[in-house]
Each structure stands twice: as C-alpha cells, then as structure tokens.
Design a protein around this ligand. Sequence first.
Ligand SMILES: Cc1cc2nc3c(=O)[nH]c(=O)nc-3n(C[C@H](O)[C@H](O)[C@H](O)COP(=O)(O)O)c2cc1C
Length: 173
Amino acid sequence: MPARILVAYASKKGSTGGIARAIGRELQSAGHVAIVAGMRSVPSLEGYDGVVLGAPVYTGSVMADLAGFVARHKEALSRVPVAAFTAGIAPVYPKTGEIATFTDQLVTALQPQAPVAVTMFAGALDREKLSFIERGLTTVLNVPAGDFRNWDAIAAWSRELPGKMGLGAGVKE
Ligand SMILES: Cc1cc2nc3c(=O)[nH]c(=O)nc-3n(C[C@H](O)[C@H](O)[C@H](O)COP(=O)(O)O)c2cc1C
C-alpha cells in the first residue's frame, strides 16, 4: 500500500528545499505518495501517514520555524511517525558546529515524541544570495562557499524512511 508522506521544510536561501524535493522524489520512486511543501504553507497534517521535517542551521541553531511547526501541529504529529533532518556547513566545515549538537536540537524540538530518524546533511552556501551582513559574517568565519549537498547520502537516508516509519513497501510503477 502506498503511504502518504509529507516532507515539510524551512529555508532562507533555498538549498534545504532542494534536499526536501530530493527526499520526496526518492519516496515517490519507492512507490509512496510524497508531498513536499514549505512549513509555513501546511495548514493541517490530516491524511498523512508519516512526516519528514527539515530546516537549516543559522548561527548555531536549527531555524526556529521547525520548533514552531512542531508546536502548531503537536497533536497530529504525535499520531504519526516523524523523521527530521537539518542542513548546514558543519559536515564539511566543523568550525561551524558539531553535527551532534544540531541533531540533538532536532530531537529536543520534537520532544516528547521520539523521531524515527534524525540526521544532518551538508547544505549549500551561495555568496550571491547572502545579505551584506551575512557575507561579512561568513567571510570573517572563513566559511567555504559552494554546494555541498550529497545527493547519494540524501537518497540513501530517504530509502530507509518508509521502513523506519513502519509504512512498508509502496507500489512500484
Ligand atoms: C549567516 C549564516 C550563518 C550560518 N551558520 C551556520 C552554522 O552555525 N552552522 C552550520 O552548520 N551552517 C551554517 N550556515 C550554513 C547554512 O546552514 C547552509 O548554507 C544551509 O544550506 C542554508 O540553507 P537554506 O539555503 O535552505 O537557507 C550559515 C549560513 C549563513 C549564511
């Protein structure tokens, strides 16, 4: 039976949306129905069998939109399996923080619900998209620019989700 899985993301510059869409594509190709949407545009979780949440890290914290989403949908979320990911530069540039710190922030935001999976993916940093202040900050911190998203790692994590969510196999095309 195909499951209906929501992949809801927050993003400032777009790279986390790209990761969310890649997760959605992988779930679709496993035969499930995946709906990918910005967190702020999700009115209700009705009709979903599982939820994947994603948000990037900015200056040491996972974007607060994620905690806001959890607070808005606490009741409905508690009834479905949830997985969460964050995106940032830390996996390729450890001076910007420890991966475990950020995955712990995901776990804390979801408490008391225990997610079936949490992870951090390398994101992307495009200097062209940064504000004057952001550019200054990232230059001072020597943060490398580039697109570090590892599509194979994202696909591999996504393939495990239906099983971890107890949703079984979808319908192969
Ligand atoms: C001002 C600024 C601060 C950032 N701070 C962090 C950080 O503390 N740790 C980290 O791992 N990545 C940090 N990043 C990298 C972002 O998390 C990364 O670029 C991410 O892919 C952005 O997601 P988005 O394009 O969806 O907004 C920072 C980026 C900017 C521009």
